[in-house]
Design a protein around this ligand. Structure first.
Ligand code: GDP
Ligand code: CA
Length: 339
């Protein structure tokens, strides 16, 4: 079975770790025989990418790579395990901006390899493949595009009220903790971006397309903004199943609500499903999982033309996350058998 998933950082990566665990532990038990030989392809968000002190940093790709490669700091959810920040302290002592970005010493190794390879002319997709040779994530990780397309946030200038300014997404998210009200998001360069090699094939050849519980606006939304990519999903033969990142009217972690607010979407599992829309009416979803605490919202999602199920959606540990992945695949196989 070929599974293709779109993914942002922490939410996407944790879900994928559960998915990989689920497909690996399954033996030839009759119900789940189709899972043997499963290949997982991950289309990663690169809208968060940024140049920091001359280094090309790809936060979401690295979060997926480190999480699946068991190199992540599990408490923070980003960056390397056993990390130190001496280089960052030195840069701060020089008074060099930006000082708000958490550039770890171990992490810098990854950014140096990436930057050197990019400067030598290799596309990001090839560089990512090379980095993954070390981490062996057990999935095929592809950036959404090899082109530069970075998310910016239009806000009221804190130093000059009444004037709009565009901040890089990372500055808005990390430095301001998404506290400056976002007017809108602009992905600079996205119109000229093309899907990276392998992205379109992964969507066309998939047996199931999964939208993990990643940020619907600045993670999944950014991937979907790559010209042609959303159309591939709309036209795919595989069922498309999504997992809600919103539980009981709030994000499980992070500031996703600030992104939804800026986009005029209510912070509820049902509103996010309606935002993606039903494939039967030109949208993206066939199925949607909400948390058991949101079970009362399934009828409104079904009315929109999306098959909805309520199951536990808290990724408290690997087994709980694997169970979520199993529910995702189960809903997909139900949708495949009842077209
Ligand atoms: P980022 O790029 O690091 O912000 O990560 P993603 O975009 O991949 O995921 C962020 C989303 O993950 C947030 O909206 C969270 O609500 C969601 N999330 C985090 N932990 C959980 C969890 O345990 N369950 C669910 N359903 N969503 C989660
Ligand atoms: Ca991200």
């Amino acid at each position: 079975m070929r599974i293709t998933a779109l993914a942002g950082g922490i939410g996407g990566a944790r879900f994928l770790r559960g998915l990989r665990h689920h497909v690996q532990r399954v033996t030839d038990d009759s119900v789940q025989r189709e899972i043997e030989g499963t290949e997982i392809t991950v289309i990663g968000n690169t809208g968060d990418d940024i140049w920091i002190h001359g280094l090309r940093v790809c936060p979401d790709l690295d979060t997926v790579m480190y999480t699946l490669g068991e190199g992540i700091d599990p408490e923070r959810g980003w960056g390397r395990l056993d990390e130190t920040f001496h280089a960052k302290e030195e840069l701060t002592a020089y008074g060099v901006e930006p000082t708000w970005f958490g550039l770890g010493d171990r992490d810098i190794g990854t950014h140096l390899v990436r930057t050197t390879s990019l400067n030598a002319g290799y596309p990001l997709s090839r560089v990512t493949e090379a980095l993954c040779e070390r981490w062996q994530p057990g999935v095929h990780l592809i950036p959404m595009t090899d082109d530069r397309a970075e998310t910016h946030v239009i806000v009221d200038d804190p130093d000059n009220p009444g004037t709009d300014i565009a901040l890089h997404f990372q500055e808005w998210w990390i430095r301001y903790r998404a506290s400056l009200p976002a007017r809108r998001f602009v992905i600079v360069g996205i119109e000229e971006a093309t899907p990276a090699p392998g992205v379109v094939d992964a969507l066309r050849n998939a047996d199931v397309i999964v939208l993990p519980p990643s940020n619907p606006i600045v993670s999944i939304g950014t991937i979907l903004a790559v010209p042609g990519l959303a159309d591939e999903i709309r036209a795919a033969t595989a069922p498309v199943v999504g997992v809600s990142p919103i539980i009981s009217g709030a994000p499980v972690r992070g500031m996703t609500d600030a992104c939804l607010r800026a986009s005029g979407i209510e912070t509820t599992a049902a509103a996010v499903a309606q935002h993606y829309g039903a494939r039967t009416s030109g949208g993206l979803l066939d199925g949607w999982l909400v948390d058991t605490s949101d079970a009362t919202s399934t009828p409104v999602i079904e009315e929109a033309g999306i098959t909805a199920r309520a199951v536990p959606l808290l990724m408290t540990d690997l087994d709980a996350t694997a169970a979520m992945a199993a529910e995702t695949l189960d809903l997909a196989s139900h949708l495949r058998s009842t077209p």
